[in-house]
Design a protein around this ligand. Structure first.
Ligand code: 13P
Ligand code: SF4
Length: 360
């Protein structure tokens, strides 16, 4: 368990110009010992310092390729920094500027619950089961998947990963996002009746005799679940002809009514390539939607939910925390390091590398 240190109050009192000056000086002094990775949901005043930006897949590929940097500051959430730590060498250190930047979805599956589910499924069904976890999960769950012949996926490659897992006639146990699992299964032609939902909080479960093709975990993203079919109906009413693009963490009903769906990298690509004058309603985190609106002034870009809020945990990474970790590094002190235990990392890396191998 990492120890969260308290941000000294002096950092909160700095004005933006002073912080910018000190961040720039610290980055310069660390030179190529440092790489800053930034997820697309980061705030504008943080993402501007990232050496590389990306979705979860791209950032994990970048971490796996990064060999020169001694320090990797991850501007994103906890599971992303854990993934980077697992994929980098022991000589490299991964830092999450605020250790409280977690992910509520990743917290919806803990390893004891997953082991219990595995035990029950394995005793009930004669068929083999392959565990697949969305990267939005703890390192322990990734390790569980690696140990049991499974792998990780992101919203960019879930389809390929499911196809890989179903090369043989197996049940996929998909963790922890019900919606990404259901959306991917449906896209691959699996009927709703062939998917079962596993709620880890339910005490007595009755499983049908016929095994499901896909066992979905009852987890969800609290941000993406705020987009509803009513938002799509209302937007189409007020903006006839508008295109709706959403992240696959949205519910099946929302994804079905949208024109397009895909990862954050996909959403960015679609909007950048869209013709001038086109209108878009986007169902994903607000920092990214606002940035896309700024970067594409020749297009109309709205949030699909007009009262949308940010991902609060992503937003915990701010300039004071970034500056604080950087200035400590300049003094040779590593604070807020993410370090996955070797006993977990050995299995988790198998799950991640299986995914990276089929994503090239
Ligand atoms: P992407 O992999 O599409 O960037 O999504 C990450 C995430 O956490 C979305 O909520
Ligand atoms: Fe987690 Fe949702 Fe935030 Fe992504 S947007 S980091 S899934 S809480």
């Amino acid at each position: 368990m990492e120890m969260q240190q308290l941000l000294p109050t002096e950092y909160l009192e700095l004005d933006p110009a002073e912080m910018d000056k000190r961040i720039t000086t610290a980055r310069k002094s660390l030179g190529n010992q440092l790489v800053i990775l930034g997820h697309h949901y980061q705030r504008d005043d943080v993402i501007c310092y990232a050496d590389y930006t990306g979705d979860s897949l791209k950032l994990s590929q970048l971490a796996a390729q990064e060999q020169a940097a001694k320090y990797i500051i991850f501007c994103g959430v906890h599971f992303m920094a854990e993934t980077a730590d697992i994929l980098t060498s022991d000589a490299q250190q991964v830092i999450l500027p605020d250790l409280q930047a977690g992910c509520s979805m990743a917290d919806m599956a803990d390893i004891a619950q997953v082991e219990e589910c595995w035990e029950i499924l394995s005793t009930n069904y004669a068929k083999d089961i392959v565990p697949v976890t969305y990267v939005n999960s703890s390192a322990e769950i990734k390790a569980f998947c690696g140990r049991h012949g499974g792998l990780t996926c992101t919203s960019s490659n879930a389809r390929k990963v499911f196809e890989w897992a179903w090369q043989e006639d197996k049940i996929i146990l998909f963790l922890p996002d019900e919606h990404l699992g259901r959306n991917t299964g449906t896209d691959l032609g699996v009927a709703q009746a062939e998917m079962l939902l596993w709620d880890p909080e339910l005490p007595d479960r009755e499983l049908p005799d016929v095994p499901p093709r896909l066992m979905l975990w009852h987890g969800y993203c609290s941000v993406h679940q705020r987009f509803t079919p009513e938002h799509i109906a209302q937007t189409r009413l007020t903006h006839p002809g508008i295109k709706v693009i959403v992240h696959p963490e949205c519910s099946r009903e929302v994804v079905q009514l949208a024109d397009l769906n895909g990862s954050t990298e996909y959403i960015i690509r679609m909007i950048s390539q869209a013709p001038p004058g086109s209108e878009w309603a986007i169902g994903t985190e607000l920092n990214l939607v606002n940035r896309l609106a700024q970067l594409n002034p020749d297009k109309t870009i709205l949030s699909l939910n007009p009262t949308m809020c940010l991902c609060v945990t992503m937003n915990r990474i701010d300039r004071p925390h970034l500056l604080w970790t950087l200035e400590n590094l300049v003094q040779g002190k590593v604070i807020n390091q993410i370090s996955v235990a070797e006993s977990t990392a050995v299995d988790a890396v198998i799950a991640l590398q299986r995914m990276l191998a089929i994503s090239q």
